[in-house]
Design a protein around this ligand. Structure first.
Ligand code: MSP
Length: 536
């Protein structure tokens, strides 16, 4: 039985440049989970935010001739604007430069020092002065050159604090064993154990002296807290951990809350190895799940600003609406697997699933209801339901159980596919029932009445199940179906009760069909790299 309190987080993103489809993917899928849980009556807290410290941010700011704070403030606006456009329903937005966070990190660091979880040592590695970065023996190779800029590197030592991972490895492995779902998909766990834990986990360097833009270590001026220790603690600082008002922390970092971190595959190690260790050192419970989603590739490479192969989301939303973009991400790129964005698939999904299957189901049903019953939902004669009616209602009930099971297991793509499968079955039902034929035969009036009635209930349900994704069009669907505001609840829709007497309002198609060729070209042009654009 799923716990009734639910805490879900996205990674806090680096505001080193404006957000792209990769960031949007993670936030949207997390948002869909949060909305689906809220809809079902869970007490949800959904957190996202920004990871604003570190050397890269300091460098980017310097390159622009502004202070790091000015720099992150300006990039933060681009994230906030995109989340608003994408209708991300987060309950808080944490920024690691906020006082509430900085103070908590300092208190945590202090507790680590007191308990000897961190100790002062020295960090040694191959250092590139130009890149201001340490590299490992393997990275610099036999010639001892910087893998980034090719300049010679030098052996360098700096004083640093280390987190004593050795103290916690055993209990981490025990936690993995006792919580088989902690790392999902399961393949990611094997990767962590074989690649990082088995070969021997070094103590983690948790402070830096080579740059300033970070949380200052009070115990040792000149040191700043390493960006990952700083960043991971956002998940508890945002709830008020070690702060005056810690009511949210007490409520949501508790044993009776399901705690889920959604992260990209690039940061699994930090969330599944170091984070549980930090929590153990603080005497706090560990999350239930770290859900690792795949990375979006572009032209066979991970999408990233530095590679110039980025897809931005704003122009897609502007042209196709927020629902088409959200739907594409949820349905096309299987949650937990690597995926890629292609214009062809985007247009196909929008046309096949949204315009043809879903939009048409509503349109055809309301069209027939208008013709046969003046747009008012017809009566359901319960004891005259035939096999087709019963089969569809049964399918609808099964879909609800499947949908809930999938969502509880964070299988977003499967849950949405199940809802769309019901839509397909309802379309098939129209074909099989052929209401137009029933309408021609007076003796079949009850059968026609049942058909229109059952269809309306099933569409109401499908609209509800898709509402965490289709945030814009599901209210429009409920408007057309004539569902009054107080009845737009999950409990109501899954009951599949008769909507008899409801006055519907047939309107514009929810999703107009796209001209496949023209729109594929349009999106391809948006995605072209600056070089390709120049050539064109
Ligand atoms: N700041 C750290 C996270 C700290 S969490 C305590 C960070 N930030 S990031 O902005 O570089 O990436 C954060 C997340 O954005 C990734 O884990 C992933 O969820 C998402 N994505 C960034 N690029 C992506 C793709 N190309 N594809 C899919 N998701 C991507 O790491």
């Amino acid at each position: 039985m799923a716990k009734k309190k639910f805490y879900i987080t996205t990674p806090i993103y680096y505001p080193s440049a404006k957000p792209h489809l990769g960031h949007a993917y993670c936030s949207t899928l997390s948002d869909i989970i949060a909305r689906s849980k809220r809809m079902r009556g869970f007490d949800v807290f959904f957190l996202t935010g920004l990871d604003e410290h570190g050397e890269k941010i300091e460098e980017n700011a310097a390159a622009k001739g502004v202070t790091p704070q000015e720099f992150v403030d300006s990039v933060a606006v681009t994230f906030l604007n995109l989340w608003k456009l994408l209708r991300i329903s987060n309950d808080d937005f944490i920024r690691t430069t906020q006082a509430r966070h900085v103070e908590t990190v300092q208190k945590i660091f202090h507790a680590f020092v007191e308990n000897e979880d961190v100790y002062l040592g020295s960090y040694e590695g191959w250092y590139c002065v130009h890149e201001e970065s340490y590299w490992t023996e393997t990275q610099v190779g036999e010639n001892h050159v910087c893998p980034e800029c090719g300049r010679p590197v030098e052996k360098k030592q700096e004083e640093a604090y280390f987190f004593a991972c050795s103290k916690y490895v055993d209990s981490l492995l025990e936690y993995y064993d006792g919580h088989p779902d902690f790392i999902t998909p399961a393949g990611r766990k094997t990767e962590m154990v074989n690649n990082f834990i088995k070969p021997g986990l070094n103590d983690l360097c948790v402070t830096r002296t080579s740059f300033d833009w970070g949380v200052p270590v009070k115990e040792r001026p000149g040191h700043v807290v390493y960006v990952w220790l700083d960043a991971l603690t956002n998940y508890i600082s945002a709830l008020g951990y070690l702060q005056e008002d810690h009511s949210l922390f007490d409520k949501f970092w508790s044993d009776d809350t399901e705690i889920v971190h959604v992260v990209g595959a690039d940061i699994t190690r930090f969330h599944t190895i170091y984070w549980p260790m930090f929590l153990e050192a603080l005497g706090l419970r560990k999350p239930d799940r770290v859900f690792v989603h795949g990375l979006l590739m572009m032209k066979d490479e991970k999408m990233s600003k530095s590679k110039g192969n980025v897809v931005y989301v704003e122009p897609l939303i502007e042209r196709y609406g927020v629902d088409a973009v959200r739907y594409y991400m949820a349905r096309e790129i299987a949650f937990g697997m690597d995926g890629s964005f292609t214009p062809e698939q985007f247009v196909e999904r929008t046309n096949n699933d949204l315009a043809n299957d879903f939009g048409n189901l509503l349109n055809r049903t309301l069209g027939m209801l208008g013709k046969y019953y003046g747009g008012v939902v017809s009566k359901r004669y319960e004891d005259e339901l035939d096999d087709l009616d019963r089969a569809l209602l049964k399918e609808a009930k099964n879909t609800v159980s499947l949908y809930e099971e999938y969502f509880d297991d964070l299988k977003v793509t499967e849950a949405i596919a199940a809802a769309m499968d019901l839509v397909a079955k309802a379309n098939k039902y129209i074909q099989d029932k052929a209401p137009w034929a029933l309408a021609k035969d007076e003796s079949k009036e009850h059968s026609l009445s049942n058909a229109m009635n059952v269809l309306c209930s099933v569409i109401y349900l499908a609209g509800m199940l898709l509402s965490p994704v289709l945030v814009d069009k599901s209210p429009a669907l409920f408007d057309q179906l004539g569902i009054p505001a107080e009845k737009r609840t999950y409990q109501d829709a899954v009951g599949l009760t008769s909507l008899e007497g409801t006055k519907t309002n047939k309107g514009e198609p929810l999703f107009p069909r796209l001209d496949a060729k023209a729109e594929t070209e349009y999106i391809a042009a948006l995605m072209a790299s600056p070089k390709e654009k120049a050539a064109a």
